[in-house]
Write a protein that binds this ligand. Structure first.
Ligand code: PEP
Length: 252
């Protein structure tokens, strides 16, 4: 069965109690688009509040630790996210890879921790501008995909893969207003899809591949209508209902 398009807002380190108004408006807008799966990933302090204030959207963490608990000051585990009612967690965002030195191996362990906690997981991959200019984009992203995919085995595999999404986010397109060309997005999603088939066989069809990088209300329709694009991971344009809901509507 085909997935609903998945539109996920990543608030990054933005948000406040006052911004709950936006979350509520996004929640009401999502109710009008039942054919689209919508989620918001606010900073940790606001997760439980958003969970309480919304009922039509998923709630996600922006990161989780590889361990379920322990002596890791400042970190949050996937089990804790699940405990407060989160649905999903983003792992391997390029800002985490850049600011916290996260490697593919760490991202893989985080993805496995998320699935073990029963959460959906969105694994982010993407090349830098230098890598694209050097003609290495598919090799770089392919390497990230191969090394970041969680190990899922046996009967649990089918269920786990339905909870897994990849987000192709060219680093040079994040927060820059410079969106990737549709033909490049199609090519990269096909390349990622082939890696997923190599890893998971036919069950790879359960994995969604999202695009992220300067998605907005104007460019969303063309991106979301492209073959292989199962949704969008949205940063800046997810901070207000006015900016985010046109993207949700474009997916409907
Ligand atoms: C992101 O950070 O995941 C992102 C896609 O940001 P933006 O939409 O602002 O480019």
């Amino acid at each position: 069965m085909a997935h609903r398009p998945y539109i996920v807002g990543n608030w990054k380190m933005n948000g406040s109690r006052a911004m709950l108004t936006e979350a509520r408006a996004i929640d009401r807008g999502a109710q009008r688009c039942p054919d689209v799966q919508v989620a918001l990933a606010p900073p940790f302090p606001f997760l439980a509040l958003l969970r309480e204030e919304t009922s039509n959207i998923g709630i996600g963490g922006q990161d989780c630790h590889t361990a379920a608990k322990g002596a890791h000051t400042g970190d949050v585990s996937a089990a804790m996210l699940a405990d407060i009612g989160a649905d999903v967690v983003i792992v391997g965002h390029s800002e985490r890879r850049r600011d916290h030195g996260e490697t593919d191996a760490i991202v893989k362990a985080k993805a496995e921790a998320a699935l073990a906690a029963g959460l959906g997981v969105i694994i982010c991959v993407g090349e830098t501008l230098d890598e694209r200019d050097a003609g290495q984009a598919e090799a770089v992203v392919g390497g990230q995909v191969d090394a970041s995919l969680p190990l899922v085995q046996g009967a649990a595999e089918a269920a786990a893969l339905g909870k897994l999404s990849l987000a192709y986010e060219p680093v040079w397109a994040i927060g820059t207003g410079r969106v990737a060309a549709v033909e490049d997005v199609i090519a990269m999603h096909a390349s990622i899809g082939a890696r997923l088939v190599a890893a998971f066989g036919d069950a790879a069809a359960k994995v969604r591949i999202l695009y992220g990088g300067s998605v907005n209300g104007e460019n969303a329709s063309a991106l979301l209508a492209s073959p292989g694009v199962g949704g969008a991971l949205v940063g800046g344009a997810s901070l207000t209902a006015d900016a985010f809901l046109p993207i949700v509507a474009a997916a409907a």
